[in-house]
Design a protein around this ligand. Structure first.
Ligand SMILES: NC(=O)c1ccc[n+]([C@@H]2O[C@H](COP(=O)([O-])OP(=O)(O)OC[C@H]3O[C@@H](n4cnc5c(N)ncnc54)[C@H](O)[C@@H]3O)[C@@H](O)[C@H]2O)c1
Length: 407
């Protein structure tokens, strides 16, 4: 429907054309050593990042590629696409949820993957602000369950797809993904599964991204809504992101967070102007840009901060890494998760916010969540588990670039 309504100029453009191209080099031998001839499982395989990971993994000749996702129809299309592009590939689509223990256990027992890329998650910031418990269930408990199963089934490498929204999170989505990072860190030990988190910013053209929203608005004759004239985001293409995730797998030793260099942040208003321009002269003259104001959980700038003191260089120029100080033990993570389950059971929003604040000292909740907090933290189901290192929560690295939250 979308494509049919667009004129030729806009239909012909690729989202990648909107950002400077910075092709990433890939050490195919190093990646091949980890996934060639192996059983590789991708969760969220039908999504933007998961499906691109499947396409790229397919080029390394895995013994079997398992695509796990709860979205049946997109998985159906992925299977067809992979069959057409890679006739020799053994691909197994699996319809299931990371939050259902039976699905997770069956997937692991049946296929015994050597490598898992975990891309299944809820990611839409304003929606997850409203439906915080769904984000917690999926992004925290789903990840924990999948990671536990990976460890129990002796998966060699587990790669969590993370996001720049975990840095000083201003959203429930960012907070849940940060806790997902912490939870895989708690399962890390030298002799078992090696857990690696890979963080990056926005993928241009991914499902529900700002570019597809702008295209729809242009198709409808405008206006194009930009939240704030100064709003900026880091962007990379999905192919670039997946390539650097594979590279991260090849470099990861376990227990670290790898941070991708996203280049320079792009002003969202410039993206809007460029898209309107690409849509043709007639539209350029008639389509207006309106400022809508930031939505709950949105920041003016995201941080990636490749100059952060804690980041160390790796063998790849666009990947840096750090180890989280004061890593939680598995036992204390389990205690934290039991506390969180209580807040979930009683649908206690204030308790949830306090839980995030306790575990992530730099969490900066959206205004509506702050207002949900009772004075002095009383009257919630929250009963904090003290972290031995800080007695006030877990010390997480605060990377060294200032952030400006929207008022
Ligand atoms: N898209 C981006 O710009 C971007 C940038 C950085 C990081 N990330 C992170 O990458 C991850 C994936 O993002 P995406 O853009 O591919 O999202 P997406 O929505 O396109 O894909 C997510 C996939 O996960 C599946 N899924 C969700 N919950 C599931 C569950 N319980 N069980 C099984 N499958 C489930 C969905 O069906 C979907 O196919 C997210 O964690 C996101 O934060 C995305």
């Amino acid at each position: 429907m979308l494509a049919a309504a667009l004129d030729n100029s806009l239909r012909a453009f690729a989202p990648e054309d909107l950002i400077p191209r910075r092709p990433a080099s890939l050490d195919r031998d190093r990646v091949s050593a980890r996934i060639g001839g192996q059983v590789v499982m991708v969760t969220g395989a039908a999504g933007s990042i998961g499906s691109e990971l499947c396409r790229q993994v397919a080029t390394f000749g895995p013994q079997l590629l398992v695509g796990f996702d709860q979205a049946e129809t997109p998985l159906f299309y992925l299977e067809r696409e992979l069959a057409g592009k890679f006739p020799a590939l053994a691909f197994q689509p699996l319809v299931g949820s990371i939050t259902r223990s039976g699905d997770v256990k069956a997937a692991m027992e049946q296929h015994r993957p050597a490598v898992v890329f975990h891309a299944a998650a809820y990611k839409h910031v304003p929606m997850m602000e409203r439906d915080a418990f769904a984000a917690v269930e999926n992004n925290i408990f789903g990840t924990w369950q999948f990671a536990l199963a990976a460890a129990a089934h002796r998966v060699e490498y587990f790669v969590l797809i993370s996001t720049d929204k975990v840095v000083r999170p201003a959203s429930v989505m960012g907070a849940t993904k940060r806790i997902a990072e912490l939870s895989i860190g708690a399962l890390q030990n030298k002799s078992g599964t090696q857990f690696i988190a890979v963080r990056f910013g926005n993928v241009i053209g991914s499902s529900g991204s700002v570019v597809s929203l702008f295209v729809e608005q242009i198709e409808a004759g405008g206006p194009v809504t930009v939240t704030h004239p100064e709003m900026r985001r880091y962007f990379m293409t999905v192919a670039e992101a997946a390539q650097l995730v594979l590279e991260s797998l090849s470099l990861g030793k376990g227990g670290e967070v790898l941070v991708l260099d996203m280049g320079e942040p792009v002003k969202i208003i410039d993206l809007a102007r460029r898209l309107i321009h690409l849509s043709g002269l007639q539209r350029e003259q008639s389509i207006k840009i309106e400022f809508s104001g930031a939505r709950p959980g949105e920041k003016l700038f995201e941080e990636l901060n490749l100059q952060g003191e804690h980041l160390a260089a790796t063998a790849h120029p666009r990947i840096r890494s750090f180890r989280q100080p004061g890593q939680l033990s598995r036992t204390s993570m389990e205690r934290h998760l039991r506390t969180l389950r209580q807040a979930m059971k009683s649908r206690d929003r204030a308790g949830l916010t306090q839980f995030f604040e306790h575990l992530i000292p730099d969490y900066c909740p959206a205004l509506d969540l702050q207002q949900a907090l009772p004075p002095s933290g009383q009257g919630t189901s929250f009963n904090p588990v003290q972290h031995p290192a800080t007695q006030s929560g877990l010390a997480v690295p605060v990377l060294q670039v200032p952030v400006t939250n929207l008022p």
